[in-house]
Design a binder for this molecule. Sequence first.
Ligand code: PEP
Length: 260
Amino acid sequence: MTNKMLIGNWKMEVGSRESVALARGALLALRGKKQLPEVVVCPSFPALADVRKVIARSHVSLGAQNVHHEEKGAFTGEVSARMLEEQGASFCLVGHSERRAMGETDAQVAKKVSELYAHGITPVLCVGETLAQRKSGISSQAVTNQLQSSLTGVSIRGRDRLCIAYEPIWAIGTGTPASPQDAVAMHDTIRQRIGILFPGLASSRLQVLYGGSIDATNAYRFLREPEVGGLLIGGASVHLSQFTKIIAEAADVLEGLSHA
Ligand code: PEP
């Protein structure tokens, strides 16, 4: 069955009160829809508990925006995968370019992925090329290298899922998304590489998403592509009307596909 996943990355934009309102909006947007996209909301750490209450027993899942790569210890201000599990997170972003820009390395990202799996949390691994790499025509190579080194030493077992978000760095927060055609081509590259890295991973356990300047005006053009497993949405996901419109569109695309 086709799945479309929508992940809202609320970054450091909204606190608990607004996060709760956005989560309620997501629930309302799904109400009455026959085909439901898988919606994941990623509030800031302090808002996780409040949002968890709102989405309990619903089709919306809780995600975190980051995790520390060590299991535990004297890491002031950090949050471990076990803590996220206790908070009810079932997804967590890793390797977001905004964190890589703060010094996060591929080796740390790989450790984060393993920590998350150890606690039953699905990683959403973000990869994407820089503008310079794109201009040099090495986008696929850059993304493939990033996948390889961000997943070194990672084992994927049994029912584990893996989400990869293709987020070209030049497209994040700039208002200029990739073209759906370029995104589709990179999704194919990603699927191929993950197939090589994890030959035992069933395709139904791999979700490849696009992220970068998605809003209510362009989301449909990506969602309608069968290769695009969903969207990672930053800026637009903290605007209730945009976020709910994108959710409704994903439900409509799935409804259309169910009749195709
Ligand atoms: C993101 O932060 O993951 C993202 C895709 O941001 P935006 O949608 O604002 O480009």
